[in-house]
Design a protein around this ligand. Structure first.
Ligand SMILES: NC(=O)c1ccc[n+]([C@@H]2O[C@H](COP(=O)([O-])OP(=O)(O)OC[C@H]3O[C@@H](n4cnc5c(N)ncnc54)[C@H](OP(=O)(O)O)[C@@H]3O)[C@@H](O)[C@H]2O)c1
Length: 213
């Protein structure tokens, strides 16, 4: 099994890389500042994505689009949400996911692989609780992207799932979050294993509970 993970140098992405390595999978761990054994991969750089894709031989069974930023935490409606925060957030959380999937399509098609998009419950319009407009909008957009890709990629035998990893103890989630990155990764991996063409387009939490777009 070959697994490609973006943002695999820390947080949930690192925990996912450790999980799949422990199961014996061949893990291609993408990082902006790669260490030994990692693959240079900035999701906002389409040329870098193409170069990373060119390094990977054979089919990809699972592409995990995990890399993300949450730049507008604590911003105020009165004076915050400056344009660069919108641009960088969407370049990473939405366009970056699209270009990642595009770059690895040949290997995904070859393996009839699966695509897992890490969105967030904060992208659920049904669960809207206000604030963090940029992050929420970007995670809603990427969930919509995944849902539409699920329609188009069914003909290639590629299933697409959209996931909330839980509130996780990472740099993004903070020390007060409710679950460890290990717990999130274990739960997510179970959800990815369960993903099929029948469930493609699903929006689920790491514990299997369904979410509403
Ligand atoms: N933690 C939570 O409670 C929570 C809840 C819901 C959803 N999520 C989502 O889960 C995913 C992982 O979050 P996390 O908590 O592990 O966050 P994190 O600890 O802040 O880690 C984010 C990861 O994304 C990478 N990244 C950011 N921009 C990138 C880029 N342009 N190209 C490649 N990699 C990039 C970071 O790399 P660098 O080290 O180079 O910055 C890092 O590896 C994100 O999509 C996040 O939105 C997290």
């Amino acid at each position: 099994m070959q697994v490609v993970i973006t943002g695999a140098n820390r947080g949930i992405g690192l925990a996912l890389a450790q999980h799949y390595t422990a199961t014996g999978a061949q893990v291609q761990a993408g990082a902006r500042q790669p260490h030994a054994g990692q693959m240079a991969l900035d999701v906002t750089d389409p040329a870098a994505l193409q170069a990373a894709s060119a390094q990977i031989d054979g089919p990809v069974d699972l592409l995990i689009c995990n890399a993300g930023v949450y730049l507008d935490q604590g911003e105020t409606l009165a004076a915050g949400y400056a344009e660069p925060l919108w641009a960088q957030s969407f370049a990473t959380n939405v366009t970056g996911v699209f270009h990642t999937i595009q770059a690895f399509m040949p290997q995904l098609r070859a393996g009839r692989g699966k695509i897992a998009i890490i969105s967030s419950i904060m992208g659920s319009s049904a669960a809207a609780s206000g604030g963090s407009y940029i992050y929420r909008a970007s995670k809603a957009a990427v969930a919509n992207l995944g849902r539409n890709l699920a329609v188009d990629l069914a003909r290639d035998g590629i299933a697409v799932g959209i996931y909330h990893p839980g509130w996780v103890q990472t740099d993004m989630g903070g020390a007060g979050a409710s679950i460890t990155a290990h717990r999130a990764a274990t739960g997510l991996a179970q959800r990815f294993a369960a993903l099929s063409l029948a469930s493609s387009g699903c929006f689920e939490s790491y514990d299997g509970s369904p979410l509403t777009y």
